[in-house]
Design a protein around this ligand. Sequence first.
Ligand code: NAD
Length: 278
Amino acid sequence: MNQKLSGKVALITGGARGLGRGYALHLANLGADIVIIDRNLKAADVYEFERELLSAETVMAECENLGVRAMGVEIDLCDRAVTETAVGDIIGKLGQIDIAICNAGGGTVIFADEIDAEEEALDINTTGTPANCNEEMQIRVLNNNLMTCMYTCMAVAPYMKRQKSGKIITVSSSAGMDAKVDAKGYHPYGLAKSAIIYYTRSLALELAPHNINVNCIAPCIIRTGRLGDRAHLAKHIPLGREGTIEDCAKVVEFLATDLSDYVTAHTIPIDGGVIGIS
Ligand SMILES: NC(=O)c1ccc[n+]([C@@H]2O[C@H](COP(=O)([O-])OP(=O)(O)OC[C@H]3O[C@@H](n4cnc5c(N)ncnc54)[C@H](O)[C@@H]3O)[C@@H](O)[C@H]2O)c1
């Protein structure tokens, strides 16, 4: 069957669980071959919610079961040289990268899989305030969000330029669009995610002459294993419910396909109407 993304290769960073897994499966369903880069290709095992979603041992196996090629690369994207080598290897094996979704990240200082297995599977989020912030924590969150995104873009850009085509999707957050009075402790994450919006615009302007679109998504309250059930927040969301992985994957489909050929340098909130209301 000829599907919309048949013959395309999509790279999804942080695709071993959560939203990234959702993007991988959605694009595989459209016929794209899938490459997952993650610091832990079995990251879904950490949370019961994610484990139960898996229909095969890994996300790569799930994609293959949809009839496409899939490969996984286990590296930490905070290292630019390692990222470039990995992208070179992917090109060597699959010949091209048409779509890159820079999804790795999160407001995490210590990942659940770095904590003693006996302890509860809980990622440790940022603390402190903008006026009093632990430097090591700030740098780790910037590295995991902004630098992983930039290094991925920098690694794929030369190949996309050579192809004279490409779709890059970066991932910000509602936290990067609006500094909330009651979320001071989360500011290292907001800072990283707002820098991604700036980077997206500047990268898009550089790559536009090469027929490469660069856009950003800014999810808000989306149910994944790491963040848990936040249905109680529905009363603060104009559309009256928390978002789903598929809500985000549908926007990714728009940005990854020819539906968005004349859209570049923009950020699309996926927020049920939250951003902009006080
Ligand atoms: N879930 C939400 O409500 C929400 C809201 C706004 C933005 N986001 C953003 O969406 C993205 C995915 O969120 P999620 O909830 O699915 O998170 P998640 O923690 O379930 O998935 C993130 C994945 O990225 C991987 N990863 C993290 N740092 C990495 C690194 N340095 N190198 C390689 N892999 C790395 C992790 O191992 C994990 O598999 C993140 O960038 C997050 O900030 C999520």
